[in-house]
Design a protein around this ligand. Structure first.
Ligand code: OGA
Ligand code: MN
Length: 306
């Protein structure tokens, strides 16, 4: 089975499609190849899968221990499988079956407001809307490498506080009060430049823009710095956008990418099942790591410096 597997890069910035594989039947050697492809390309698309929640759980567990996910729709019942959550706009009997509704979801890295954020997120497309709902990915190794040198020096020793209060869809999380001062809102503080614990390459780690704050700076200076970083890191040339097909399983690495979602046709259904794996590590800078750029996105660097 693994001999037929093919890894096809998808875009200049990041992403690869894995062809010829049924993830339910992947042996250890096949998984090792797929896992290395994930580290190399940051995001994998595995088309034409038809996974039950238990299949998705088993596959996800190969990336690490899965987080138990609370129901994301407000008032939603606990699910049979605690490792699977639903991302959907569908409302049944007045209760959303999943989270994130049908709006735009802004650039973010999943649950960056936690001390130990998840490494891998897996999303499996079950139903897709008539238009919209593409998911974009930004290569944060590239974002660091192409950062203005003076700016890079400035952020080298700085951190960001990642606000917990709102989700990436902009909705206030249950039990949280609206933010009035970014210096006081709750959330984990992570270094702006981190070393990826598996690839050992450095990347930017920005988390989420809303209510972010750089401790030690005046609020105004923090806002200006963050705006500059975000504008840089989310430029088109550093990103790739996936147009979904039913059956796709997409796996992204939250340690070195950010993602976003376009709004979509609110009158049609989008249903995705989701799992996330953790490495149990705090984002950290490792001074002993080799300081050479991650190889993905060479042509982007060349184009930008030409
Ligand atoms: C997520 C997420 C985007 C999408 O599941 O973490 O941001 O395309 N989803 O639904
Ligand atoms: Mn997300």
């Amino acid at each position: 089975m693994s001999t037929a597997m093919e890894i096809v890069p998808l875009a200049r910035a990041c992403g690869a499609e894995v062809r010829g594989v049924d993830v339910r039947a992947l042996d250890d050697r096949g998984f090792a190849i797929l896992h290395q492809a994930w580290l190399d390309h940051l995001v994998l698309v595995i088309p034409a899968q038809r996974l039950t929640d238990d299949d998705l759980t088993r596959f996800g567990q190969r990336f690490g221990v899965l987080d138990e996910l609370p129901p994301v729709g407000q008032g939603q019942k606990p699910r049979d499988n605690p490792y699977i959550s639903v991302i959907s706009n569908v409302v049944e009997n007045g209760v959303p079956i999943g989270g994130l509704a049908d709006d735009e979801v802004i650039w973010h890295s999943d649950t960056s407001y936690r001390e130990r954020p998840p490494s891998a997120s897996l999303l499996h497309a079950l139903e897709l809307p008539a238009w919209g709902g593409n998911t974009g990915f930004a290569n944060m190794y590239l974002a660091l490498e192409t950062l203005d040198p003076a700016l890079r020096q400035q952020v080298d020793r700085l951190s960001i506080k990642n606000d917990t209060t709102y989700n990436a869809g902009g909705q206030l999380r249950e039990g949280f009060a609206p933010v009035t001062d970014v210096r006081n809102c709750p959330g984990a503080i992570h270094p702006i430049v981190r070393t990826h614990p598996e690839t050992r390459h450095e990347c930017l780690y920005l988390g989420r823009r809303r209510n972010a704050y750089v401790p030690g700076l005046e609020v105004e200076a923090s806002e200006t710095l963050l705006d500059t970083l975000w504008q840089h890191a989310t430029r088109d040339v550093l990103t790739w956008h996936h147009t979904w097909t039913i059956g796709d399983v997409v796996i992204w690495d939250n340690r070195c990418t950010m993602h976003r979602r376009d709004l979509f046709d609110p009158t049609t259904r989008r249903v995705m099942h989701r799992a996330q794996a953790r490495d149990d590590l705090r984002p950290a800078r490792d001074a002993s790591a080799k300081n050479i750029p991650h190889p993905r996105g060479r042509t982007v660097v060349e184009a930008l410096s030409a």
